[in-house]
Design a protein around this ligand. Structure first.
Ligand code: NAI
Length: 278
């Protein structure tokens, strides 16, 4: 049975790129009946060595497409999760247009300064990586929880397999994502009484531009090819393939719906069997 989110209002951070997990989530929530807010960086570096896209036009276009396809309301807003001012502006726009929020998915994530061991990591890159991935979840949640007034809500934080198994030379990201899992548990306890459930998901390797970038980076370092790096990765995934944004989105929609009404404080792996521990 598909999740029924009719009439709910859902905000997904980092959801303005068509090939990203965030847009996959926003699309699924809209398909399930929710009014959605697409929020993302505009004209800023999204990750190490990445060009600055003029993403406002793309975001607005994606929002219009969703409205047409699913007969819901979709809003596109600029958001930088590292800036309290940007978050406050976004929250004010959301409140004005939708009144309250029922579903928050903290999906924005990135990496700077890789590959490096901890003792050679550039300090600014370390701080920036943790600021987006961990403190961004704190800041956005702090701004949005007060808007979850109408009988509770759901928060879904996008962590990573890296929160549980340390990747090599990608320490700031791993530490930040592990922090996201603990923040999820802390908030789940604090907010249970208010009827707000908080869960995290830990994706393995999902086919997005981020993953393509990662295979290319590995290939450059190891004097290999992106295809060879991907083939090597597939050997460690029992299901023998990468996951898709749509599969991650199905899990988020489940966690956002009443179908998961007794689930809170969990960090659920979605890895094709690559990670089997809890
Ligand atoms: P992506 O790079 O396509 O999407 C990340 C989004 O976050 C982008 O739209 C980017 O603009 C946004 N973002 C970055 N910095 C931001 C900031 N300061 N403020 C607001 N938005 C910001 O990557 P992907 O693969 O879609 O990743 C989505 C989430 O899933 C991230 O949190 C990532 O860490 C996580 N993840 C991805 C995996 C994968 O294999 N692709 C595996 C495990 C976790």
């Amino acid at each position: 049975m598909a999740a029924d989110l009719k009439g709910k209002a859902a905000l997904v951070t980092g959801s303005g790129k068509k090939n990203g997990i965030g847009y996959g989530i926003v699309r699924k929530l809209a398909e399930s009946g929710a009014n959605v807010i697409i929020a993302d960086l505009v004209g800023k570096e999204t990750r190490q060595n990445e060009p600055f896209p003029d993403s406002m036009a793309e975001m607005t276009h994606l929002a219009k497409d969703l409205e047409k396809a699913f007969k819901i309301k979709a809003i596109a807003v600029e958001l930088d999760v590292t800036l309290a001012g940007s978050i406050a502006q976004m929250a004010a726009a959301v409140q004005k247009q939708l009144g309250c929020i029922h579903i928050l998915c903290n999906n924005a994530g990135t990496v700077f300064g890789v590959p490096n061991a901890v003792h050679t990591y550039d300090e600014d890159a370390w701080m920036k990586t943790i600021d987006v991935n961990l403190h961004g979840v704190f800041r956005v949640s702090k701004a949005i929880v007060p808007l979850m007034t109408a009988g509770g809500g759901c928060i879904i934080n996008v962590a990573s397999r890296a929160a549980k198994v340390p990747p090599l030379f990608n320490g700031a990201y791993a530490v930040a994502k592990a922090g996201v899992v603990m923040l999820t548990k802390v908030m789940a306890k604090e907010l249970a009484g208010a009827g707000i459930r908080v869960n995290a998901i830990c994706p393995g390797v999902i086919q997005t531009d981020f993953t393509d970038w990662r295979f290319k980076l590995e290939a450059d370092i190891l004097d290999s090819t992106a295809e060879a790096r991907k083939a090597e990765m597939l050997k460690s995934i029992p299901m023998g393939r990468l996951g898709t944004a749509a599969e991650v989105a199905d899990l988020v929609a489940f966690l956002a719906s009443d179908q998961s009404s007794y689930l809170t404080g969990q960090a659920i792996n979605i890895t094709g069997g690559q990670l089997m521990e809890i």
